[in-house]
Design a protein around this ligand. Structure first.
Ligand code: NAI
Length: 340
């Protein structure tokens, strides 16, 4: 079976080729999926997409015209695919729901520790033989309150790490998972979480209810010197509001692994180009903002797990029809949870 891989990066090619050897024939394409590039999938029964691919209705229609019968996402998040359109076109969409929750949680912790101990600034200083520690004072994390939004697999892994640092844990999650309670998380409402948390870390999916969940009111209500960490999806944070509040100087620091307008920027080397996004350019000017380009997942164990699950998904799509369970899961993922 032949599968068109869109948005291929060198590490995708290495890990997928290894996992699929003798089982799946991959056609690797560097361009991201769009209605213009979908024709590359001609001759492929399946397509494999990544965050950054445009899985909107017109792209899916073009994939269907090219002969694609099913889609495997090599990501947990699926907000870049129009599931209603996929359902209507009869294109099953499988994802990798879990590959290495600890990888993303560890990256969130790395952003937090870097911000608090100003490692990013210390690194640059020492390289220039400036061994002064003036201005590098940390606030410390032991005994602080950490608010976690979304206590699924990654949020729970982050809770475990922060419990190890001796932090008090608050949680916001409509499902209020029992496992999180067992880790010492106390569930509160949104107002309480932002008002009481010295650190807020976001681990919820991007769905209509979480779009701009962090806005001006939430940021303003955080304690002075508080930290915000986002490794979930960019649009969970209102970045225009974030810039406004950062300019007031009350926030201790912000660590972002995702950004509202990251498509076309993250994962690309733009070092010899003008950065067109003024908001991103402004965010990069703050000494207390650290941005990484969606690398939370990027560890070898995670790549291996993504590749293996993707191959399994492709084999299932190749042999499988549209089972009743999939219809149920597609419907429950529709905006508002309703069937089309
Ligand atoms: P998960 O499905 O295990 O957990 C998500 C949790 O969020 C669930 O407990 C759910 O009840 C909760 N949730 C849903 N709506 C909510 C709301 N309105 N407010 C608060 N919580 C809400 O997902 P997992 O594996 O923990 O991943 C979380 C997110 O992390 C993904 O959706 C994805 O966007 C992001 N992610 C980022 C990566 C990166 O490289 N930066 C890599 C993988 C995932």
């Amino acid at each position: 079976m032949r599968c068109a891989v869109f948005g291929t990066r060198s590490f995708d090619e290495t890990s997928l080729a290894r996992a699929g050897a003798g089982r799946v024939e991959f056609a690797f394409f560097k361009p991201n999926l769009s209605s213009q590039t979908a024709a590359l999938a001609q001759g492929c029964a399946l397509a494999c997409l990544v965050v950054g691919d445009d899985g909107g209705r017109s792209s899916l229609q073009a994939l269907k015209r090219a002969g694609v019968r099913g889609i495997a996402l090599r990501s947990a998040g699926y907000n870049h695919v129009d599931l209603v359109a996929a359902y209507e076109l009869g294109l099953p969409v499988l994802r990798v729901p879990s590959y290495s929750p600890s990888s993303v949680a560890e990256h969130a912790a790395a952003l937090l520790l870097t911000l608090d101990r100003k490692v990013h600034r210390a690194y640059n200083r020492v390289r220039e033989h400036n061994f002064s520690i003036e201005g590098l004072l940390g606030q410390g994390l032991h005994g602080r309150t950490v608010g976690i939004v979304g206590l699924g697999q990654i949020g729970a892994a982050f809770a475990r790490i922060m419990a190890g640092f001796g932090c008090r844990l608050l949680g916001l999650d409509p499902a209020e998972p029992e496992e999180a309670r067992a880790l010492g998380v106390r569930f509160v409402n949104r107002e309480t979480l932002f008002r009481e948390s010295f650190v807020v870390s976001l681990h919820c999916p991007l769905v209509p209810a979480t779009r701009h969940l962090v806005g001006e009111a939430e940021l303003q209500s955080m304690p002075p010197g508080a930290y915000l960490i986002n490794t979930s999806r960019g649009a969970v944070v209102d970045h225009a509001a974030l810039v406004r509040v950062l300019k007031k100087g009350r926030i201790g620091g912000v660590g972002l692994d995702v950004y509202e307008e990251e498509e076309g920027v993250f994962f690309h080397d733009l070092s010899d180009q003008v950065l067109e996004d003024d908001q991103l350019a402004r965010l990069l000017t703050f000494p207390n903002v650290i941005i990484t380009a969606h690398q939370g997942f990027f560890t070898q164990p995670a790549l291996d797990a993504i590749a293996e699950q993707t191959v399994q998904n492709l084999l299932w799509l190749d042999g499988g029809s549209w089972p009743a369970e999939f219809e149920v899961s597609a419907k429950t993922h529709m905006p508002g949870g309703t069937a089309p």
